[in-house]
Write a protein that binds this ligand. Structure first.
Ligand SMILES: *Cc1c(COP(=O)(O)O)cnc(C)c1O
Length: 441
C-alpha cells in the first residue's frame, strides 16, 4: 500500500489495524469470509473507472467493449459453476439487499403478497422487516420453524400458502442451521400458482461444493450474495428461469440501479473461477465438518443449540437457558477475547430484537485459514467457557436500565482478567494460520 500511505496515511493506518484484527482473531461470524489476493486485485483495478449502464452489447455508454467481455464471462462462469445452464443470470446487483428488492420490484406490484420466513426464526431484513422497504412495499405473510423440531415444516408452509395465496414464496435464510428442501418449496409454489424464490446468500459456497441441496433446477428465482461462503467480493447475483429474464433485468436496471460496478463484477468472475477448482469442494466439505465438530463441543459443554445441531456452516446457540436477552453479553465478551460472533434471535425470542437471546456462530472463515477438528475443539471449549461465565448476568426489562447494564458491561469486559487469558489463547491459536487475502502469496 505504498501509494496509499503517501496520499492518505490515516486511512492506510486504519487498514493496517483492520488487517491485524483479522489475523489475530477467530472470525466466526457466519456471513463473513476472506476474499483472496487475486480478488482484491481485481477490485482495486481500473475497471472501477468505467460506466456501463444497461447490459453487454446494449450499453448507454461508449468504450464498453472490454467490460462487455468481463460481464459476459462472469455470467458464463456463474451458470457453469452452479449447474444452472438453463437459467439467465444478472450479475449487476450491488449487494444482496438490492438484489432481493430488485426481484420483488421486477416481478410484482406494490402490495402483492410474499411468503417468507419469520425474521426471528432466521429470515433476512429484506424478507419483510417492517422497517425495510420490502416490508413497506409488499404484504409479507410469515412462516416459521416448527416449535418442537425448530426446523422447517413443509406441510405447514403449504397450509399457509393455500390460505394467503402469495404471488411469491421465498426461502433461504440468514440464521437457519439446517438444509432447505428446495424441491418441496418449488412444489408448494406450483400448487398455489406462486413464483418460487430462494435466497442462498449464506449457503452459496455449500451449494457449489455439493454439501447442501441445490435450488437448481427447481426454483424459479435464485438470489445470492457473493461475499459469504462463496468467498468473493461484496456483491450479488440473480438467477432466473428464462421466462423471467426481461422482468428481472429491468428490475435491476433501470428499475433500481444505475451503472454496474465493473471491478466488482470482475472480482465475482474470479471468485467463480476459484470456486470451480477441486480445492473448493474440499473446502465446502470441511466447513460442514468443522461446524458439526464445533456444535458437538458446545452441546457437550451443556449449551443448547437451536434445532439441536447443524447441517450447514452455522449454528445458533440458544441462550434462553440462561435467561432472556443474553446474546449481547456473549458477543461482547467473546469480542474482547478476539472471537468475532454475532448475537442473533432465537425462534420466538422472549427479548427485544436489539438484545436477542441467541448467538450465531459460523466456521466458513476460519476453515479457509486451514483450521480443522483440533482447532474447532479448542475454540468450542473457549467459547463455552466465556458464555458460561458471562451469560449469567441479569438483563433488566426496563429500557434505560438495560442500556446502562450493557454499557457498563462493555467497559468492564475489556479489562476482565478471565477474558484477557482467553484472548491470549485465541491469539496463539490464530497466529499459526495464514489468512487468505493477507498472507497468500
Ligand atoms: C446477507 C444476506 C442478504 C443481504 O446481503 P447484503 O449484501 O448484506 O445486502 C440477503 N439475504 C440473506 C439471506 C443474507 O444472508
Amino acid at each position: 500500500m505504498a501509494k496509499l500511505k503517501k496520499v492518505d496515511a490515516e486511512i492506510a493506518k486504519l487498514i493496517e489495524e483492520e488487517k491485524k484484527r483479522q489475523k489475530e482473531g477467530l472470525e466466526l461470524i457466519a456471513s463473513e469470509s476472506y476474499a483472496s489476493s487475486a480478488i482484491l486485485e481485481a477490485l482495486g483495478s481500473v475497471l472501477n473507472n468505467k460506466y456501463a449502464e444497461n447490459y453487454p452489447n446494449k450499453r448507454y455508454y461508449g468504450g464498453c467493449s472490454v467490460v462487455d467481455k468481463v460481464e459476459t464471462l462472469c455470467q458464463k462462469r456463474a451458470r457453469d459453476v452452479y449447474g444452472a445452464k438453463d437459467y439467465h443470470v444478472n450479475v449487476q446487483p450491488y449487494s444482496g439487499s438490492p438484489a432481493n428488492l430488485e426481484v420483488y420490484f421486477g416481478l410484482l406490484e406494490f402490495g402483492d403478497t410474499i411468503m417468507a420466513m419469520r425474521l426471528d426464526h432466521g429470515g433476512h431484513l429484506t424478507h419483510g422487516n417492517p422497517m425495510n422497504l420490502s416490508g413497506k412495499a409488499y404484504k409479507f405473510v410469515a412462516y416459521g420453524v416448527d416449535p418442537k423440531t425448530e426446523q422447517l415444516n413443509y406441510d405447514e408452509i403449504l397450509r399457509i400458502a393455500k390460505e394467503c395465496k402469495p404471488k411469491l414464496i421465498l426461502c433461504g435464510f440468514t440464521a437457519y442451521p439446517r438444509t432447505i428442501n428446495f424441491k418441496k418449496i418449488a412444489e408448494i409454489a406450483k400448487v398455489v400458482g406462486a413464483i418460487s424464490m430462494a435466497d442462498i446468500s449464506h449457503i452459496s459456497g455449500l451449494v457449489i461444493g455439493k454439501v447442501h441441496p441445490s435450488p437448481f433446477p427447481y426454483i424459479d428465482i435464485v438470489t445470492t450474495t457473493t461475499h459469504k461462503t462463496l468467498q468473493g467480493p461484496r456483491g450479488a447475483m440473480i438467477f432466473c428461469k428464462q421466462e423471467f429474464k426481461e422482468k428481472i433485468d429491468k428490475g435491476v436496471f433501470p428499475g433500481m440501479q444505475g451503472g454496474p460496478h465493473m471491478h466488482q463484477i470482475a472480482g465475482i468472475a474470479v471468485a467463480l473461477k476459484q470456486a470451480k477448482d477441486k480445492k473448493f469442494q474440499k473446502y465446502a466439505e470441511l466447513v460442514v465438518k468443522n461446524t458439526k465438530t464445533l456444535a458437538d463441543v458446545l452441546m457437550q459443554e451443556g449449551l443448547k443449540l437451536v434445532s439441536n445441531g447443524t447441517d450447514n456452516h452455522l449454528m445458533v446457540v440458544d441462550l434462553t437457558t440462561f435467561g432472556k436477552g443474553r446474546g449481547v453479553f456473549a458477543e461482547k465478551a467473546l469480542e474482547s477475547a478476539c472471537i468475532s460472533v454475532s448475537k442473533s434471535t432465537t425462534p420466538n425470542d422472549p427479548s427485544v430484537p436489539y438484545y436477542p437471546s441467541g448467538l450465531r456462530i459460523g466456521t466458513a472463515a476460519v476453515t479457509s485459514r486451514g483450521m480443522k477438528e483440533k482447532e474447532m475443539k479448542i475454540a468450542g471449549k473457549l467459547i463455552a467457557k466465556v458464555i458460561k461465565e458471562f451469560c449469567t448476568i441479569e438483563m433488566p426489562d426496563d429500557k434505560e436500565k438495560r442500556n446502562e447494564v450493557v454499557k457498563k458491561f462493555k467497559e468492564d469486559i475489556k479489562k476482565n482478567k478471565f477474558i484477557l487469558q482467553v484472548k491470549k489463547e485465541v491469539n496463539k491459536l490464530s497466529s499459526k494460520f495464514p489468512v487468505p487475502g493477507i498472507d497468500d502469496k
